[in-house]
Design a protein around this ligand. Structure first.
Ligand SMILES: CC(C)(COP(=O)(O)OP(=O)(O)OC[C@H]1O[C@@H](n2cnc3c(N)ncnc32)[C@H](O)[C@@H]1OP(=O)(O)O)[C@@H](O)C(=O)NCCC(=O)NCCS
Length: 216
């Protein structure tokens, strides 16, 4: 392409229409409130058979998925990826029970609907969730799936994951690093973005940090 044509194309790409289109397609990341349970369930019900198997380590029909979601802790921190206002990806964090410092692992589950995979959403969700884990003094995050889950392994490898096979399951361990002003600001930003978009957002989780400090 000659230089003149490239300049014209770049000018077109930088125009408001193109920017609006890009904004519409790039996800908004926000903390989910316990009240977002139905959106969360709808997202998991849109997963295809193989992705459901990888998320739940077994084959589940719609009733099975709904029953599992109803049993999940509604207060667990969750980061959502919204594309055009619809929840297309979620990272769930299940910190170990009890207050105070612990070396017990927190579990993270990650799901992105197939039409939205391989755009970096899974990587972004995990990155943000590791900050949430650091804010809760977690030193070991585990992701559990079935052996052969290459996409999960690739995403976890970006954060230095250590891979082990336990009872036939694939278990990936990640150290989220220490709590810092950056991890706290990362969580505050997720809460603020959700609020700015009008999504329901829980209280800033810094409260959980303060409560844990007070208890220890
Ligand atoms: C794991 C999962 C969350 C990844 O989400 P994602 O948005 O596609 O992740 P990213 O786009 O950040 O990265 C995906 C990476 O996986 C790798 N990948 C994808 N398919 C692959 C394959 N068939 N073989 C090897 N690597 C593969 C690639 O490295 C890819 O990155 P690239 O597109 O830059 O090359 C998604 O695949 C998913 O929801 N799977 C079903 C549920 C699941 O397995 N959850 C984990 C158990 S808790």
């Amino acid at each position: 392409m000659n230089t003149h044509l490239r300049l014209v194309e770049n000018a077109f790409r930088a125009g408001p229409e193109h920017q609006a289109e890009r904004a519409a397609r790039s996800p908004d990341y926000a903390l989910l409130a316990p009240g977002s349970r139905e959106d969360f369930k709808a997202h998991l019900l849109r997963l295809n058979t193989e992705d459901r198997r990888r998320r739940f380590c077994r084959t589940l029909g719609d009733d099975g998925v709904s029953a599992v979601v109803d049993d999940l802790d509604p207060t667990a921190p969750r980061v959502g990826a919204y594309v055009d206002g619809v929840l297309r990806g979620v990272a769930e964090l299940y910190p170990p029970a009890g207050a105070g410092l612990t070396t017990r692992p927190a579990e993270v589950s990650l799901t992105v609907e197939s039409a939205y995979q391989r755009r970096g959403i899974g990587t972004q969700l995990l990155k943000k969730t590791l900050k949430l884990a650091a804010n809760r003094f977690v030193s070991d995050v585990v992701l559990i799936s079935l052996p052969g889950n290459e996409p999960l392994k690739a995403v976890a490898a970006r954060f230095g994951a250590r891979t082990v096979l336990e009872d036939g399951d694939l278990v990936l361990h990640i150290n989220p690093g220490p709590i810092s002003v950056w991890t706290l600001m990362g969580e505050a930003r997720l809460a603020a973005r959700g609020a700015a978009k009008g999504f329901p957002v829980p209280d800033f989780a810094g409260r959980a940090v303060l409560a844990r400090r007070a208890a220890s």
